[in-house]
Design a protein around this ligand. Sequence first.
Ligand code: URA
Length: 282
Amino acid sequence: MNQISPQDIARSLLRTYREFGVDEAISEEPTNWFEKSDLPAASTNDIAEKRLNTEPAHGDTGRQQSASRRPAPAPLSVDQAVGTARSVAAACKTLDELNNAIQNFDGCALKKTAKSTCIARGNPASKLLFIGEAPGRDEDMQGIPFVGRAGQLLDKMLASIDLDESSVYITNIVFWRPPGNRTPSVQEAQTCLPFTERQIELIEPHFIVLLGGAAAKLMYRTNEGIMRLRGKWKSCAINETSYPAIATLHPAYLLRTATAKRLAWRDLLTIRDKIDSLGAKD
Ligand code: URA
């Protein structure tokens, strides 16, 4: 009878992981999650951690290892995490302060599995704000939003209406990569929302472009689909101030659905018209 070698076992285990959707290791050392008796019973989507603003800035690869050796703190409810995010964000007077606050915020469950915090790309002084969905694998590796294939298409879309990284500021509704690139849950998006709203207040954009359904639904506070929301001027209301906004199709969707590019092109022309009309007012 053939003996099963340790290599066969390892290969089979890796195959199983791949079938489960595991596409990378997040730590050098394994964590026995069953030993963590104080972990929340509910799914991580429902839970935000209590360990808020107590850790050094993200990006340090030792973080997850040392965190796994510490006893896990009791979980905060999403409402508590949102409350904390709101007060931390409100205290920030500049984008730099806000970026630091986001880096140090541990209330969003996504941070546990992400390698890095991805906040924004582009020109912080720009008055054109683009908001996407969530960092993907490439963004997580580089710590910068929209640097993967979708980001490259976004750059081409911007170039088609004479914009580039120096003329826009680009962020996402969550700052950490959801495992397997799934859409962020409502709880994850709500937890990060106070930071996104504060970004908007500090930037005071002439208008906001919402990339895809997740960003549009969150910022317009609606359940309507992107096909209904896209292509028209609406507004995002934040603390009594209304900011003009337009939703368009997400570049990742356009990569999968080339026939939708004509709709996105129409939206881009609408955006260009708006920019030209702003220039005419100056
Ligand atoms: N998709 C997004 O919505 N944001 C990114 O940063 C990358 C891909």
